[in-house]
Design a protein around this ligand. Structure first.
Ligand SMILES: [Zn+2]
Length: 164
């Protein structure tokens, strides 16, 4: 069951259309088919996902999973560069992107919860995504700011053990 935040409609089986490039239309450069409302608005977004009901726990687990996979990949890539004495950049950028995505999801949750039914039922999904994005990136950002990981000695020790 999809819910459209633009026209307040519940849509049982939305139409799916194809689109390569649709900025400001619920996503950016997604290739697959995406659901649209009869009013023309996309029923999905890159950050929150489909505009259908999802519990806060499920949404936060989904956000947490995506965050952790991307952060680990970024840390691994940075570690390889660090071993070649190249300045680390990918992990801080990834942390910034996930913090930004989490804040956008949080804002969306505020907007949806202040709208009337049935759109309020989408709010837990946005709040869950915000939690899943903000908790790991916030913890890593705090660790960076406090200086504990500034020289990557922690990651170095972990990854040297993994790769050796
Ligand atoms: Zn609509």
């Amino acid at each position: 069951m999809f819910i459209c935040p633009t026209c307040y409609r519940e849509i049982e089986e939305p139409e799916y259309i194809y689109g390569l490039f649709r900025p400001f239309h619920g996503g950016f450069g997604r290739r697959g088919p995406y659901p649209v409302c009869p009013c023309g608005k996309a029923l999905t977004s890159s950050i929150v996902g489909n505009f259908s009901e999802l519990s806060m726990l499920a949404a936060s687990l989904r956000g947490l999973g995506v965050s952790l996979v991307c952060l680990v990949l970024a840390a691994t890539a940075d570690m390889r560069m660090h071993l070649q004495n190249i300045q680390i950049t990918i992990l801080p950028i990834t942390i910034g992107l996930f913090s930004l995505s989490g804040m956008i999801a949080l804002w969306r949750g505020f907007l949806w919860s202040s709208q009337r039914a049935p759109v309020t039922r989408l709010a837990p999904r946005a709040y869950g995504a915000a939690a899943g994005f903000l908790i790991p990136s916030g913890a890593l950002a705090a660790a960076f700011l406090l200086g504990g990981m500034r020289d990557f000695s922690f990651f170095q020790r972990v990854l040297e053990r993994v790769f050796s």
